[in-house]
Design a protein around this ligand. Structure first.
Ligand code: KMH
Ligand code: ZN
Length: 286
């Protein structure tokens, strides 16, 4: 069962991220083949958008443009998912390399609305980077997903919209990434505060909870009419003491809950309508 944009739930899967170690988590999809297989399984389970970080031959995070392009093409050939590339990369990536991500022509890109402590590190998102990314996304007709790791970043979003107008397509989709050590906590209270602070231009929002915030934030987001992000970038445990077998079971559970709450998963077509992405799909032969 899928739903129209107004009623359904957009399920985003973030299958890999930049932080999880392949040696410790062999089920983490890091090769193109693994990523495409995982993305297909997640699409079948109810995901409509894939948030992509790529890895190099040694399974380390990379922003290599060739790898990004190859991955976007492979995902478009094998799935109908909206393809979103991370411009956040890893905390060690230079800002110039993060700006180059748009050269790989994704449907969507993440755009974090301010700097935040990230465990022992700093996830750097100075204003000039936000502006450069935003303006490039507008010019290249890529729909940004505004990532909010902290409540103050709502003001970064507001300033961006006030200063540079609406994104390509005119829809404004926000994702709360809660529970990062140093960012907003993964609590219902923090999520409610964040949603209440959103500027009126926001047309949709989703939320994810890192680690043990996964389930409470998912339940709260669904109850509040928000959308969901799940995946091994954010959460490695299916339940207490039980590691995930892969991303698809996280999507399956999110889809089950969404159906129970009468807000079934959005199809990929309806996700494209919700986000107003430009159609870059190639004609698939098989
Ligand atoms: N890996 C984090 C430092 C994004 O994808 O845009 C940043 C991140 C956000 O994952
Ligand atoms: Zn990410």
């Amino acid at each position: 069962m899928t739903a129209t944009p107004g009623r359904g739930t957009l399920i985003t899967v973030a299958p890999t991220g930049a932080e999880v170690d392949k040696k410790a988590w062999p089920q983490l999809p890091t090769t193109t083949e693994e990523l495409v297989a995982e993305a297909s399984a997640c699409e079948a389970a109810g995901a409509a958008l894939v948030h992509v970080h790529v890895r190099d031959a040694d399974h380390r995070p990379t922003l290599d443009l060739g790898r990004l392009r190859e991955t976007v093409t492979a995902l478009r050939e094998s799935t109908d998912l909206v393809v979103q590339l991370s411009t956040g990369g890893s905390v060690h990536d230079p800002l110039e390399a993060r700006l180059k991500v748009l050269d790989a022509e994704p449907d969507s890109c993440s755009l974090t609305c301010g700097t935040v402590n990230f465990g022992d590190d700093v996830f750097l998102n100075p204003w000039h980077l936000m502006v450069d990314l935003y303006r490039q996304a507008q010019e290249r007709e890529v729909v940004p997903e505004f990532e909010l790791f902290d409540l103050g970043q709502v003001e970064g979003l507001r300033r961006l919209l006030d200063s540079y107008g609406p994104p390509f397509g005119g829809r404004v989709h926000v994702d709360f990434v809660t529970g990062v050590p140093g960012g907003m906590p993964g609590t219902v209270a923090a999520l409610v505060a964040g949603v209440q602070a959103l500027p009126p231009a926001v047309t949709s929002w989703s939320a994810t909870g890192i680690g043990k915030a996964h389930l409470p934030v998912m339940a709260a987001a669904l109850a509040m009419g928000g959308h969901l992000r799940v995946g091994m970038e954010d959460n490695l445990m299916f339940a207490r003491g039980r590691p995930v077998t892969g991303n698809a079971e996280l999507v399956e559970r999110a889809a089950r809950l969404a159906v129970e709450l009468q807000r079934p998963p959005l199809s990929t077509a309806n996700a494209r309508t919700l986000l107003a992405t430009r159609d870059r799909r190639t004609v698939r032969t098989a």
